[in-house]
Design a binder for this molecule. Structure first.
Ligand code: HEC
Length: 113
């Protein structure tokens, strides 16, 4: 028993490490992620908002900053999304508003650099 324990620990650590690496590679391969405009908050928005629906479902909207804020509120109150910290929701709102918002008459998402 005691001789096999360290092997099990090593195997567990290795598979944990593998799943961490695999998870970050997964996002890059995901067409939904790849289609998102690059910018601050992109990774976090993808992580949180693609949990229940495709990002395209979100990104096809053109909400104002306030509109994105109330969308997040709807997700939390109506659909059981985990509550975000104020700085977390700010990061997502800013990303969405800047790249997929109504700012300055922008109708299309910014082109990828
Ligand atoms: C817990 C599950 C869940 C999470 C997490 C989630 N949503 Fe949703 N979302 C839903 C459901 C359910 C609908 C309504 C059904 C539909 O439109 O497909 C929806 C619809 C939407 C819509 C379209 C309808 C509307 O209210 O405007 C937007 C925009 C949206 N979500 C934005 C977001 C954003 C932004 C995030 C990340 C901050 C997010 N969602 C995370 C469940 C979720």
């Amino acid at each position: 028993m005691s001789r096999t324990a360290p092997r099990i620990i090593i195997a567990t650590a290795a598979s944990l490490l593998y799943s961490l690496v695999a998870t970050s590679a997964y996002a890059d391969d995901d067409p939904d992620y790849a289609a998102m405009v690059d910018g601050d908050g992109k990774d976090f928005a993808f992580l949180v908002c693609s949990d229940c629906h495709a990002m395209q479902h979100v990104l096809q909207k053109r909400y104002s900053s306030q509109g994105w804020q109330s969308a997040i509120k709807r997700m939390t109150e109506d659909f059981g999304m985990a509550e975000l910290e104020p700085d977390e929701s700010r990061l997502i709102i800013d990303y969405l508003n800047y790249n997929y918002g109504t700012v300055a008459g922008r109708k299309q998402p910014r082109a990828k650099p």
